[in-house]
Design a protein around this ligand. Sequence first.
Ligand code: SF4
Ligand SMILES: [Zn+2]
Length: 487
Amino acid sequence: MPMPFLGKNHLYWCNNCNIPILEKNNCSICNFSTEKVPITAPYDVRPAFDKDLELIRRTIDNQFGKGLGLKVIEDHKIILLNKAPYFDRMDEIILDGKILGTIRYNIERAQPIWEFIPRIEGAKRLAKFGCKKWVKVDEDAVKFIRQAANVLAPGVIDNDNSIEYDEYVIVINPNSEAIGIGVSRATGKEIPKKKKGMVVKTKRGIQDATLNILPSGQTWDLVLEANSKMLENKEKHALNLIKNVIKRYDLPKLVSFSGGKDSICTLMLVLESGIDFKVFYLDTGIEFEETLNYVNEIIRDFKLNDSFILCKTDEDFFKNIETQGVPGKDYRWCNRLLKLNVIIQMIEQNFPEGIITFVGSRKYESFSRYQDSLKGHIVKSKLINKQINVNLIINWTALHVWLYIFSKKVKYNPLYKLGYERIGCMYCPANKLADLEILKEIHPELYEKWHKILENQAKKFNYPQEWITKGFWRYNNKEKWRLNTDY
Ligand code: SF4
Ligand SMILES: [Zn+2]
């Protein structure tokens, strides 16, 4: 699943301090040279929060044995996640400057499940710590497996008998070192009985046994210290942009605040500039209560009450579903009805002469945002007349944004800590199915409400079960009712 290019990979690692360094070939703390981390595009890397780590460790425990999660993904280290292309949520897990594996919500199976797919570093650690799901081959087979050849039955000398068909397994040599990662093509009970044929389809061969586990004890404060110059430059650039906008346009200024990380980052930059501005939040009626509370807290904490414009749509999302059906990624009627119309009205009432709006769009988020970024930082809105958008963080990755937030010690939306990577409306078709699983956990009644709506729609139009279970409801166009990776 190749990804379109959205921007450069800015992630480097100092193996001496064991921390990420953005945009630099050497570490400002120890002066050692850094190494680029070979993550997958679009390179929108972010910190792993406690809930993410809990999920990853639990998934590793379920697959490879109790207690392995915490051994492989250690505590007191800087751990990052990098969004990778897949049908649903999939993230590369970065630790010690290496990709240990990926965690994904596998919706290709009849029952979706969370799955840990080890990469070379992850497999070496799993083997070292005595995992389940291993297949041991004889010395003659080792060099072929290291080159990613499939594991054939005659080469197997032992195996874990809990292996099920079509599971990720670690191939080990007679010394129990990892030499490959693959997917089982026979169960653990069948393997010893097989005389010929493939038993593991090898996905990656592992050339050498060296395992470099770096010391722990790093903190985000250390990461901030090492990246402070870069953050200063980013801030300086954004403040200059604000200055230029002020010079160029004699119009009122507004910060569009959604309660997400990109908009708090934008708000902090505009606050830092010291200009006069208003803050706008739009309640679509399908907002998370966590977001509504958070927005109020920020407005209160920064004493922005007098500048705050809070709008709420009169439209009822659920009533509109009766006539328009559920919204899709390709049919975002809710965007016009619940958002655009309200914004247009708000601008006409409050800013008839026009408005400069500071928004938190980033090119690393999606292909359409990347295309928008080609027009520059200051863009006339295509959808709202009289609105000029200023994208202060268009070239920032999620990690730039998070570091800026951490450096300002400002509160961020608690939903991130609960596992959300992106925050929008609760029932947004742009959400992953994995996001709905989080909703099920934190607000079961709201999840049920949505599930009932989907069931009623499926019944009314005689849609297949996959329309719900595989998330095809998120596309209006029936031709897209297959697993796909729209970006
Ligand atoms: S964020 Fe999603 S659900 Fe909300 S208005 Fe936009 S498209 Fe619709
Ligand atoms: Zn260093």
